[in-house]
Ligand binder design. Structure first.
Ligand SMILES: NC(=O)c1ccc[n+]([C@@H]2O[C@H](COP(=O)([O-])OP(=O)(O)OC[C@H]3O[C@@H](n4cnc5c(N)ncnc54)[C@H](OP(=O)(O)O)[C@@H]3O)[C@@H](O)[C@H]2O)c1
Length: 289
């Protein structure tokens, strides 16, 4: 189908809610053909209907659970059947849970979805991003990476779990991924750029349990003090579209500016080690899947 698409193509993960939904509308209004990657058909369809109520927006809805390698492989196959290039990939989807949960493949959920799911998706689409000639990858990290450490000896946090340990690990992993992927792409002379961002504090559905609604009241109470999703996604949109950053890669942005990150996040040996482990995890699930 991209054979028939003349404009730029953007893929946004977690596009039915919060900043993913806001970014879908903004990029569609800028003329991008936006593919919304959503895990739940009902929530995805509701967001798609809301977004396409405004005429002229070119938007597709495609289903994928980033916590299920089989689902990601199926998504990539479908995507390739419809599109032969990709200009912008925004790795926006994220999950945060108080209790320890696992993905379909037995990975700790936040590490599995926030990092590994996106690792698998991104590395499976690199050739399509390359074909764009100016492919851009935007990775949502968070200021919470500063509380994080990658627990190489217990990466699935089986021995000691806490929401902070887990979310912090996953958001530091996002930042390591952006830095190490940028390094590897640069090394092989690729034109693809990859940058990470922190959106600030944003009133979204983050932390709200989708089944029970637990956490909704807190989000409602915090709303007046937090940014709207449209304000929160500004840095990601800037990284995805601005000429100012067309040649920048491997950086971390906050408020559309390069920002300081934790000392640990600059440990490129750890970034390289995580990349290799992530590759091995993805390969293992291919063999098992
Ligand atoms: N909000 C903040 O203050 C803040 C601060 C720093 C960083 N961030 C980061 O910003 C990003 C966007 O989050 P948000 O605040 O906009 O939260 P949100 O409203 O909760 O949106 C998260 C999105 O991720 C999707 N998602 C969760 N698990 C998934 C899976 N297994 N497969 C596919 N999609 C999945 C959700 O789908 P469902 O609706 O179907 O669950 C939803 O569309 C996240 O990466 C988050 O870590 C947010």
């Amino acid at each position: 189908m991209s054979k028939g698409v003349t404009g730029k193509i953007a893929l946004i993960t977690g596009a039915n809610s919060g900043m993913g939904k806001a970014s879908t509308a903004i990029l569609a209004d800028m003329g991008y053909h936006v593919v919304m990657l959503c895990r739940d058909e009902t929530r995805g369809r509701a967001a798609y209907d809301e977004i396409t109520r405004v005429g002229g927006r070119m938007v597709d809805l495609m289903l994928c659970d980033l916590g299920d390698m089989g689902s990601i492989r199926g998504f990539v196959r479908n995507f390739r059947e419809r599109f032969d290039r990709l200009d912008v990939l925004i790795n926006n989807a994220g999950v945060i849970t108080l209790d320890r949960r696992e993905t379909a493949d037995g990975l700790e959920l936040q590490f599995g979805v926030n990092h590994i799911g996106h690792f698998m998706l991104t590395t499976s689409l690199l050739d399509l991003l390359e074909r764009s000639g100016s492919g851009r990858i935007v990775v949502y990290s968070s200021g919470a990476h500063k509380m994080g450490k990658v627990h190489f000896d217990d990466i699935n946090l089986r021995r000691r779990y806490s929401v902070i340990r887990s979310y912090g690990q996953s958001k530091l992993a996002n930042l390591y991924f952006a830095r190490e992927l940028a390094r590897r792409l640069r090394e092989r002379g690729s034109s693809i750029t990859v940058n990470a961002c922190h959106p600030g504090a944003v009133a979204t559905q983050m932390g709200v349990d989708r089944n029970t609604g637990f956490g909704k009241t807190v989000v409602r109470m915090m709303r007046p003090f937090f940014q709207t999703p449209e304000q929160g996604c500004r840095t990601a949109i800037y990284l995805a579209t601005s000429e100012e950053v067309a040649n920048l890669s491997g950086e971390y942005f906050y408020k559309c500016k390069v920002a300081r990150t934790s000392r640990r996040s600059r440990d490129m040996e750890a970034a390289r080690r995580l990349f290799d482990i992530s590759e091995a995890i993805c390969q293992r699930t291919v063999v098992e899947g």
